[in-house]
Design a protein around this ligand. Structure first.
Ligand SMILES: [Zn+2]
Length: 265
């Protein structure tokens, strides 16, 4: 007799009706139906199905374009500034469970490690929404590039935001650098140094705060440029329009994130 898979087999118990996902062969189905299956043994299957269903409801849909991703960030920042955070809801246990099977963060944030600039909070975003890469001074190196490439190539992120901030200690350290820094800190300062040089050219005289602001500005833009010049993968995705790079600065005092052109003045 031919074996035919007839699909899911319902079992009814006094406590619950659930479905056994094991294939049922026609030659044995009647016999199987008479078996009193221990329904509770299938609870893990039910839990998996529920988790998958919730995942579909919660996961950021793959295909969120760059413009929509940027809007989500800016809307989230407005909520943060207005003190209307919904992070508790967007990071609830059900969402954590749902995301266990996969992630599709729609935006990458390259930001400074500064404790006053946590991207998930200042953009009011929960689990699974942002792919965050941070270091002091939001500078680019191969580890940062590799991380971002992973997000845009394999996770479907469509927006890369380079996020600097006011009163950045790393930029200040680069402005005050003596050239005798320890190697690891020195590596960061070396990365910021071109921004300091550009700022010194732009800001003549003794306008220290202007120089500081200008260096922060240039540092954001140079990091954005480095994403393109040092990563053929990112360059290709940007050229094809699948990924967009946005430059932005966070104000540590008023909490706002303002976008800016990534082009040099
Ligand atoms: Zn900083």
């Amino acid at each position: 007799m031919a074996l035919a898979v007839t699909g899911l087999r319902p079992y009814i118990s006094a406590k619950a009706m659930i479905y056994d996902l094991r294939p049922c062969f026609a030659s044995r189905c009647e016999e199987d139906q008479e078996m009193k299956v221990k329904t509770w043994s299938f609870l893990p299957v039910v839990a998996f199905l529920l988790a998958t269903t919730v995942a579909l409801a919660f996961e950021a849909a793959p295909g969120v374009g760059p413009d929509a991703a940027l809007q989500r960030l800016l809307e989230g920042n407005r909520s943060f500034v207005a003190n209307r955070l919904t992070i508790k809801e967007s990071s609830a246990p059900a969402k954590r469970l749902a995301l266990a099977s996969g992630q599709h963060p729609y935006a990458v944030i390259l930001s400074c490690s500064d404790s006053r600039v946590p991207p998930e909070i200042i953009f009011n975003k929960g689990l699974g929404e942002l792919f965050v890469v941070r270091d002091a001074g939001n500078v680019v190196d191969p580890l940062i590039l590799g991380s971002i490439e992973y997000a845009v190539e394999h996770l479907g992120s469509s927006l890369i935001m380079v996020l600097g901030h006011s009163r950045c200690g790393a930029v200040k350290a680069a402005l005050d650098a003596t050239g005798h820094e320890d190697p690891n800190v020195g590596a960061i300062i070396k990365r910021i140094a071109p921004a300091v040089q550009l700022a010194r050219k732009e800001i003549k005289g003794k306008d220290k705060s202007g120089l500081y602001e200008s260096a922060i500005d240039f540092n954001i833009k140079l990091s954005a440029q480095a994403l393109l010049s040092e990563s053929p993968i990112i360059r290709s995705l940007v050229d094809s329009g699948k990924v967009r790079i946005v430059c932005a600065e966070y104000d540590v005092q008023d909490g706002t994130v303002k976008t800016m052109s990534c082009k040099m003045k």
